[in-house]
Design a protein around this ligand. Structure first.
Ligand code: HEC
Ligand code: HEC
Ligand code: HEC
Ligand code: HEC
Ligand code: HEC
Ligand code: HEC
Ligand code: HEC
Length: 440
């Protein structure tokens, strides 16, 4: 297999910067009359900053400033879940660019005027923050406080669910949470405690709500400046992450402070922001940057066709469909899915908000609502407990650091009797071991 040579988008991994190649005149590009529409003729790559994510100690300016000159990218980013990780509420229900995304009401007993922010809500689940900066939990309020959206893949429908039912105190919105969901987050200094917007539940500060431009590119304060009628651009003072280790990794590792490679799990599911350690444990893909497969500005939810740059088969040119070529799952509840490599290799083994509705999919199914990036399947394991540590807190890795998922995460999501024949976990495992040898 010679995957790299045949994969058209692959060049973006090693040389993403060349794509926007444009001249740089001794460290700064002088522009007249505002933003340019054409890069200069000179096709030299220029100097790009791929090492200093602080951009030489610059300050945060906010994405509306970036959007003035990078309107095309801003339009894409607006549809990405990143932009809606934390949404300020102005007395009415939030709106989202994602089709079908809706958080119609706050929890029972609350009005929108009691809510300062909603966390998420664009695809899977939403949580509500009160005006004091505390996340409403079920233990203290006595009502379900997590809104789950429709999620047809695992058979769940929209509705409220419990969040932290055992809590006896209000849940502060602390750094461990908001560092994933904001831009320019700062933990609280115990000697000089700061509270975002002076709300006592916000333990620390951030520059902008949501994962916006400067969360990945670093603060933009030195990237451009106005000199009289013209704007001076300095490309070397904006950060472009070459491999995701200084941007994606920071948020897509869980727990946030643990960079040991541990793939954290809870209640039998991988946590929903563990893609970085998962990928490192994937064997064949361990050295991949996230941007080999992902366009960082395009949503995998709203713009799936363009968001993923390299199809599996672009690299795995000779791999067959494991006896499932052209198969279409059509369930009795109306859900349909055309089988693809990721139907099996990226199972919903992680959980953000919901797990399978057993009334729809039966009790052998073990799936959450977020795709795994482990890719490897262990056909000898028919129960999830076999691929987790004894205490269930992480996914097991072998001596080479590789992980693999059990077949109940994979085959049982479909082969459970709803619209298609059922397999027991043991039978699924038996077949899984030779599934790529099936005739096409
Ligand atoms: C006044 C116009 C202007 C503003 C405002 C602006 N940029 Fe740029 N930016 C440019 C130009 C011009 C270039 C060079 C041409 C290109 O790569 O598109 C550039 C390049 C970039 C690059 C590529 C750098 C490289 O090495 O290839 C990134 C990333 C970037 N800008 C991000 C941002 C972010 C983030 C913001 C907001 C903090 C921002 N820009 C604000 C005009 C602007
Ligand atoms: C999730 C991280 C992330 C966010 C958020 C993000 N970018 Fe980027 N951006 C990247 C990465 C990584 C690249 C490198 C090129 C690639 O892989 O496409 C890039 C490339 C760029 C480039 C240069 C190459 C190009 O595609 O033209 C510009 C300009 C840019 N981003 C501007 C922005 C602006 C403006 C925003 C906000 C509206 C933004 N980015 C938000 C990660 C991000
Ligand atoms: C500041 C934190 C942060 C950074 C930096 C970040 N992400 Fe995310 N990203 C998140 C959070 C939080 C979610 C939502 C996760 C969830 O729902 O469990 C998310 C969701 C996503 C999604 C799914 C949503 C969608 O609309 O497609 C993709 C894909 C993604 N991130 C890719 C990336 C990539 C690639 C990078 C690096 C170029 C990156 N992220 C950098 C925090 C971040
Ligand atoms: C080998 C290709 C590949 C690599 C490398 C890769 N991804 Fe993905 N990623 C995908 C595909 C394919 C999807 C699924 C899109 C879909 O649902 O159809 C996806 C989906 C996601 C999602 C959404 C999951 C969900 O179910 O909500 C997130 C978040 C994400 N990727 C983050 C990352 C991050 C962060 C990295 C780097 C650590 C990364 N990805 C590396 C291929 C890749
Ligand atoms: C950019 C190229 C590329 C893309 C895109 C890609 N792969 Fe791979 N994959 C590789 C390489 C290289 C290896 C390691 C060599 C091998 O095992 O053939 C690999 C290995 C694997 C393995 C074996 C892992 C192990 O170590 O046991 C699986 C399974 C796999 N890929 C599935 C997928 C799936 C599913 C997709 C699409 C979501 C995908 N790959 C996308 C290049 C790619
Ligand atoms: C019906 C589920 C299913 C589908 C669809 C599927 N696979 Fe697999 N694949 C498996 C299972 C199960 C294994 C592990 C088999 C074993 O233990 O030998 C596997 C193993 C692999 C491996 C590693 C072993 C090997 O044969 O080299 C690669 C690479 C791979 N698949 C790639 C792909 C790609 C690419 C696609 C899409 C063209 C795909 N698979 C579609 C279930 C599937
Ligand atoms: C996304 C749904 C989905 C997943 C995941 C899935 N399958 Fe299937 N499978 C199907 C569909 C749809 C068919 C076609 C059924 C039909 O034609 O009635 C099928 C057919 C089959 C067949 C019959 C093939 C034939 O030649 O007639 C077997 C055996 C099978 N699957 C085993 C597995 C195993 C083992 C796994 C896990 C490694 C798996 N499937 C994963 C949906 C799925």
């Amino acid at each position: 297999m010679t995957p790299f040579a045949r994969s058209p988008g692959f060049a973006r991994w090693t040389t993403p910067i060349l794509l926007s190649a444009c001249a740089l005149l001794s460290g700064g590009l002088l522009l007249f009359g505002g933003c340019p529409s054409e890069p200069p003729d000179d096709d030299s790559p220029g100097f790009s900053n791929i090492t200093d994510s602080t951009n030489d100690g610059a300050s945060y300016v906010g994405s509306s400033a970036c959007n003035n000159c990078h309107a095309d990218i801003a339009a894409l980013h607006a549809g990405h879940g990143h932009a809606s990780q934390l949404v300020a509420i102005k007395g009415v229900a939030p709106t989202y660019p994602q089709p079908g995304a809706e958080v119609p009401n706050p929890p029972a007993g609350y009005a929108w005027t009691d809510i300062s922010y909603v966390i998420g809500g664009y695809a899977k689940g939403a949580l509500f923050i009160d005006r004091d900066g505390y996340i409403l939990n079920t233990g203290v309020t006595g009502v379900p406080t997590q809104w789950n959206l429709d999620f047809p893949k695992n058979g769940t429908s929209a509705g409220f669910a419990a969040f932290e039912p055992a809590a006896s105190e209000r849940t502060p919105y602390d750094y461990a949470r908001f560092s994933h969901q904001t831009t320019g987050a700062h933990p609280q200094d115990p000697d000089e405690p700061l509270f975002q917007e002076n709300r006592p539940g916000f333990l620390g500060t951030w520059a902008e709500a949501g994962v916006q431009c400067e969360a990945c590119h670093g603060p933009g304060g030195k990237h451009f400046r106005t000199v009289g009628d013209s704007v001076r651009i300095d490309r070397s003072r904006i950060f472009v992450d070459p491999d995701g280790t200084k941007s994606c990794k920071v948020c897509h590792s869980e727990p946030f402070s643990d960079q040991s490679g541990k793939i954290a799990a809870k209640d039998g599911y991988i946590v929903s922001t563990a893609q970085y350690p998962e990928l490192r444990a994937s064997g064949g893909h361990r050295d991949f940057a996230c941007t080999i497969c992902h366009d960082p500005h395009r949503s995998s939810i709203t713009d799936r066709a363009n968001a993923v740059r390299n199809a599996c088969t672009g690299c795995h040119t000779t791999q067959n469909m494991a006896g499932h070529r052209g198969a279409v799952l059509t369930r009795d509840d109306g859900y349909t899915e055309t089988l693809a490599c990721e139907s099996c290799h990226m199972p919903l083994a992680a959980k953000r908000a919901s797990t399978a509705n057993t009334a729809v999919l039966g009790t052998d199914v073990h799936i959450g609502d977020t795709r795994s990036h482990i890719f490897r399947i262990n056909a000898a394991a028919d129960n999830f407990s076999q691929v987790l540590s004894a205490d269930g807190s992480e996914v097991l890795r072998d001596a080479d650091g590789r992980a693999a998922l059990s077949v109940d995460f994979v085959c049982l999501r479909c082969h459970n009797g709803n619209g298609i024949f059922a397999l027991t976990p043991a039978r699924a495992a038996e077949i899984a071991a030779r599934v790529h040898q099936f005739p096409e």
